[in-house]
Structure formats: C-alpha cells, structure tokens
Design a protein around this ligand. Structure first.
Ligand SMILES: [Fe+2]
Ligand SMILES: [Fe+2]
Length: 388
C-alpha cells in the first residue's frame, strides 16, 4: 500500500509548530510536508500532489482562502480533500471556507486525537473515492469494448447475410461492396447526412437478398426469360423485404419479444425498404408496386442508380460488360424514366469516383476450372484463442 501524503500550511510559525507536534504519531505512516505561509504552500503543492491538504486559516486569511478557491477550480486538485483549521470565533472564515468547498472544518487550537481521527476519516474517504473511480473507469472500458465487439459482430452478420444473397448468382463478385460505396457517395453528394449515408452503405448491399428465394434455373438462365420466369424473378423484392421484416418467434434472447423485428434495427429497416423498392422506376413503370416519383423512398432511388451502373459494367449471363462511357450514355437515356432526374444529375457530377470504385473493387478472378458442381475451396480458418 502506498504511503499517504499530507501538506500542512499555516501563516504563523508558532501554529505550524503546534500542528507538527500533533502529527508526530503519523511520521512513519504518512509523508508529511509543512509550509509556512501561502507562497511556500503553493510551491510545495506545485512540486508534488498530496492526498490531503490542511490549511490553518487565521483571520482575515484572504490569501489561503483565495488559494482554496483556486485548488477547487484546478482539475488536478479539485478532488483533493482540504481540511481547514480555524478558530471557533472566526465565523466569517468558516462560512467562506465551506462555501469554497472545504472538505472538513476543525477548531484551532487543535486537539491532537480529534485531528488524527478526522484526518484518517478524510483520507479513507478519498481512498474509497479513488477505488470507485478506478472501478468505474474499468467498467466503462469494458462496456466500450463489449459494445464495439457487439457492433462488429452485428455488422459482420449483416455483411454475411448480404453475401448469401450475392453468392446465388455471383460467387466471386464484389457487386454488393460496390453498390454500398456508390450509394454512400451519391447520398453524400445529394446532401444526405453522414450518419444516414453510413447506414445506407451498410443497408444497400442487402438489396437483392430476396434472390435466395429464386430457383437457379431462372436466376442463372442465359438468354431471355419467359414472362412467367420474369414475374418469378421480380418476386425477389417482396421476398427480400419479408426476410428482413419478419418477426422472429421463439428465437432465444432479446429478439423473443412481441415488438421484435426490424423495427429496432435501423440498418435492417432501411435495407427492407430498399429491398422492396429498388426496382421501382421514377416513371411508375417499375415493380413490385409501380410507385412513381417521390413516392419511391429516397434511399431506393439512390440504390437504383448505383445498382444499374454496376450491373451495366458487369458481365451477366445475358450480356457482356459495358465500358464506363457506354454506361453513362445508357443511364442518361433513363433520366426521368427509370431514374430520379436529380439523382441522375448528381451521379453525373461524381461519375469519375464511380469509375474509381469499380476499378478498386474489381470482382475476384474465378478459380481455375471454376465450376459450381466442384467442391469449393476452403478458406483458412482463424486460430481460436482463449479470451483473456
Ligand atoms: Fe434486385
Ligand atoms: Fe444488384
């Protein structure tokens, strides 16, 4: 246990000697410093920190009271206990000392036993206070660490859910990453707040999660789809929204509540809205509801531009990839038809950044003899380590 330190300041040498005498029993257990006058006291306090400061304030005592005020305002000493010694008749000094935040008041001349008991009490209170502060700091750090872990695992699960959707038709692709990044860029360009744009970057990759409900024979079919097959593929919007909005029943833990669902998860709520409406068109000719213009949620109108830009730049079973310039021309013909004109115009001001994202997040090259019927390669598993 560390040795406690005490500073005693008295304006009068006589008084200081008296205090010194009474503290003799503490000499071995405490580090004691004595200063005569306010200036010597300030100098001692400037050299080291003390666990307790004792000020013998004799009327009018302005210097020491001013210093007490400063000690209380100084972040380094505001929590240091300050015991004021004053004569019982010095009412004004006592009142002033209490107002300024003295921890305890003792009468001069001091009575040794009382003085020692009170100093021990003040000191143990301070030690308890320090222990509580240390515990609180520990607790706060643990909460911060756990919250960050939880947030990481939440984002990780959302990302992997999006990847499940993408895996159906683009095993080696980075489409969802790019759509998230384009959408974020476009949203910021349109004046969407940084917080909402960050949510969009995480929610947009889930736009096609409903494709998990579409059979491969339709989803991967090269060439034209029949009307029936096209209608079937269009159900991925509703399937996606249902996956994201469905209320879990009987699921253990916090989700097992009557109000559980996407309602309390803003990313999932936004993702559900985008999954449902990302194929709506500005002119009302989209699906599944034929929404028109501003009735289509803003985030879905943004994702529509991002999604189509990336789809046009990518090879699909039914088409080759288009160049950036060809894609710009095709998108321009859809201004005010497929796309919100304002969002299309905003896209035109940042299209170079779209091209850069596309180049930076290229699809992974397919494995040699890539064949979906072959056993997939196993990624190296991380080594499990015991939690410390
Ligand atoms: Fe889609
Ligand atoms: Fe997509």
């Amino acid at each position: 246990m560390r040795t406690s330190s005490l500073l005693v300041v008295d304006q009068e040498p006589e008084g200081l000697r008296a205090v010194q005498q009474s503290l003799r029993p503490l000499r071995r257990r405490w580090r004691l410093r004595f200063a005569c006058g306010e200036r010597a006291g300030r100098a001692a306090a400037g050299r080291q920190t003390f666990d307790v400061i004792v000020l013998a304030v004799r009327p009018p005592g302005r210097d020491l009271l001013r210093w007490l005020d400063e000690l209380r305002r100084d972040g380094r000493t505001s929590e240091t206990p300050v015991v004021v010694l004053a004569s019982p008749e010095a009412h004004e000094v006592q009142r002033h000392a209490i107002r300024l935040g003295a921890t305890d008041l003792l009468a001069l001349p001091i009575r040794r036993e009382e003085f020692l008991v009170r100093l021990n009490t003040v000191l143990s209170l301070k030690q308890r206070q320090e222990e509580i502060q240390a515990l609180n700091a520990d607790l706060a750090a643990t909460v911060r660490r756990r919250t960050a872990e939880l947030e990481r695992s939440r984002l990780d699960v959302i990302w992997r859910l999006a990847k499940v959707g993408e895996y159906r038709d683009e095993e080696t692709g980075n489409h969802i990453v790019r759509v998230g990044r384009y959408s974020h860029l476009l949203a910021r360009r349109l004046g969407v707040s940084a917080g909402e744009a960050d949510l969009l970057a995480l929610a947009a990759p889930l736009h096609d999660i409903g494709k998990v409900g579409i059979p491969d024979s339709i989803l991967l079919k090269p060439g034209r789809l029949s009307l029936r097959q096209r209608a079937r593929i269009q159900t991925h919007c509703v399937i996606g929204a249902n996956i994201l909005l469905q209320k879990p029943r009987g699921w253990p833990g916090v989700l097992d509540r009557p109000d559980a669902g996407a309602g309390d998860n803003r990313i999932v709520r936004m993702a559900a809205s985008i999954a449902l409406t990302h194929h709506e068109r500005w002119d009302g000719q989209g699906y599944p509801m034929g929404l028109r213009g501003m009735n289509i949620p803003l985030m879905a109108r943004i994702v529509a531009v991002a999604d189509v830009y990336d789809a046009l730049r990518s090879a699909r079973p039914y088409k080759p990839p288009y160049s950036h310039e060809q894609t710009l021309s095709i998108l321009a013909t859809e201004r005010g038809r497929h796309f919100d004109p304002d969002i299309h115009d905003a896209f035109r001001t940042v299209h170079d950044a779209f091209r850069a994202i596309r180049a930076e997040c290229e699809d992974d090259p397919p494995a040699a003899n890539d064949d979906r019927d072959e056993t997939p390669r196993i990624l190296p598993l991380p080594v499990e380590t015991a939690e410390t």
